[in-house]
Design a protein around this ligand. Structure first.
Ligand code: 13P
Length: 281
């Protein structure tokens, strides 16, 4: 079936009390792996692409793969611009057939974030594209955690009253990349934000968070979980231990890539299980 909007996928997740995995994709192999894992588990899924890839052909290539795969599938699949920097990437995403966009104003002041996000929601509304915003900046896992950046539930309520977004990414103790110390999510804060705003909440930095933390976050209201670093790690694991003279390097690329894809599928299937979205499509 055609790609669906983020708003549709997340409304179902809200009703069902689970989170939909949003796997960052970079090429045909990552998209293939997402569909293989989601088909087997009967899970709704979000294919998402970093802002950076909209400055090369990669975002278009991923879109072509995802749109073709979705047309042969009965799964609800959304195609999403991740960490959109501004109008340029948002317009490119819309032109390429992406069904949702994130606009990331989380490093701006509250007022500037509202203004930047509102400009995009006005644009996206004309073409029925869903919008995710971020309030409270989710930083990098290799830096000190900035507790002052944690999302304030009252501010979140104020934000969504001023600008009509479809999902809100929140800072609740996660970070992008590989954690130096095990993350501890602020579950009470997630519940308080969910209680105040009702909207589907998004957890960025979904790699490397212990499963019980993830499950508690989902129970508290997280409905979309972004995973990028661990998708790449699953990909790289296929190369680890190979020497330059290994016979695997003499294989045709598609056969070698099958091993790579299988590693990613195993990882993604495990996330689907933990996020609770298996069997929901
Ligand atoms: P990780 O790379 O930590 O999984 O974070 C992904 C992410 O949040 C993409 O927006």
């Amino acid at each position: 079936m055609p790609l669906v909007s983020l708003v549709e996928i997340l409304a179902d997740a809200d009703r069902g009390g689970y989170a939909v995995p949003a796997f960052n994709c970079y090429n045909a192999e990552t998209v293939d792996a997402v569909f293989m894992a989601a088909e087997t588990a009967r899970s709704p899924v979000i294919v998402q692409v970093y802002n950076r890839l909209f400055h090369s052909n990669d975002a278009a290539n991923v879109a072509i793969c995802a749109i073709a795969a979705a047309s042969k599938s009965k799964l609800p699949v959304a195609l999403h611009l991740d960490h959109g920097a501004g109008e340029l990437e948002v317009l490119r995403a819309i032109r390429l057939g992406y069904t949702s966009v994130m606009i990331d104003g989380s490093e701006l002041t509250f007022e500037a974030n509202v203004e930047k996000t509102a400009a995009i929601t006005r644009l996206a509304a004309h073409v029925g594209v869903s919008v995710e915003a971020e309030l409270g900046h989710v930083g990098r896992a290799d830096r000190e955690m900035d507790r002052s950046a944690f999302t304030d539930p009252e501010k979140a309520a104020e934000f969504v009253a001023l600008v009509k977004v479809d999902a809100l990414a929140v800072m609740v103790g996660s970070a992008h990349g590989t954690y130096k110390i095990e993350p501890k999510l602020d579950i009470a804060r997630i519940a308080a934000i969910k209680n105040k705003i009702g909207l589907p909440l998004v957890l960025h930095g979904g790699s490397g968070i212990p499963d019980p933390e993830i499950q508690a976050a989902v129970a508290a209201g997280i409905r979309k979980i972004n995973v990028a670093t661990d998708v790449c790690q699953a990909f790289y694991s296929a190369f680890r231990g190979l020497r330059a003279d290994d016979p695997d390097y003499a294989k045709p690329l598609d056969l070698f890539m099958k091993t790579v894809k299988d590693r990613m599928v195993t990882f993604m299937a495990d996330r689907i299980e933990v996020f609770g979205s298996g069997g929901k499509a």
